[in-house]
Ligand binder design. Sequence first.
Ligand SMILES: Cc1ncc(C[n+]2csc(CCOP(=O)(O)OP(=O)(O)O)c2C)c(N)n1
Length: 294
Amino acid sequence: MLVPGYPALLSEIMADPSHDLRPERAVVFGHPTLSRPVLGALLGAEDVEVIVVDSTSSWPDAAGRAALTVPAATGDDRADSEELAARRTRVQAWRGAAASAARPLGWQVGAALAVWNASEEHDVLVLGSSSLVRDLEQHAGSTDARVIANRGLAGIDGTTAMATGLALAHRDHPGRVRLLVGDLTALHDLTGLIIGPEEQRPDLDVVVVDDDGGRIFGGLEHAAAPPALLRRFFTTPHGVDIAGAAASLGARTESVCTDELAGALAAPSRGIRVIVVQEFSRRRSSISRDGMVE
Ligand SMILES: Cc1ncc(C[n+]2csc(CCOP(=O)(O)OP(=O)(O)O)c2C)c(N)n1
């Protein structure tokens, strides 16, 4: 059973040992994500038996708790059991309650969902490592697009270069290639936008959700640090004009707010285009400073 919005569900049930949806067993296929709710809370829980499915001798046991490794999983008839049906009903009830208690989503989540919803069959969507991939993990539905993320490796280095390589590989295929990254990830690999004069030019939309620093650290254990330390060493606001910097490297650029993003994404585009998304108020102030709309 696929559980959309699973991170919030996992956080809730793993904090409550008597929760009626608490799992007895986790079956791991491939390398698990680095997400705390999965790696620490679920695979690290004493009362959850971890079974790793892997046919090689170097199986990933990320939490070091595998009770058993098996070369392959075979189906059995438990998929039709009453217990599974009852669990499905309880998960659906939880999702309904969570949806009605949900707070409005932030503008960054709105931007991530706009990119997700613009992605269709034949499109490729590359996700950087940041809050945005977690936003989509929590809030996005299913998609027919091909989604690629270095989740589990999780370095922010080389993300733009990886996306330009994927865009080049996709050149003779239908569909568009898009990269969705935060501003720190974009800045880390901005020179990945440079295409040498004798090289092929990829068609790639780079969507940068610019909230001036690493939002992700506000939701991790780093947030317990004194605010000045958190800011200086982790969230690292920078004030860089990313559209200006990208333009100087040869990319076409656009600056939008979340409400304008779907329209920008739908417009036809060739070559590398960098779309910088900022909160409405911040974008307006940069426009009035410059005295013109970019
Ligand atoms: C090479 C490398 N350095 C540092 C990190 C730690 N790190 C994880 S996400 C991130 C940046 C997050 O900021 P941003 O890209 O702006 O995304 P946001 O969380 O704001 O959406 C950093 C520095 C990393 N994953 N890889």
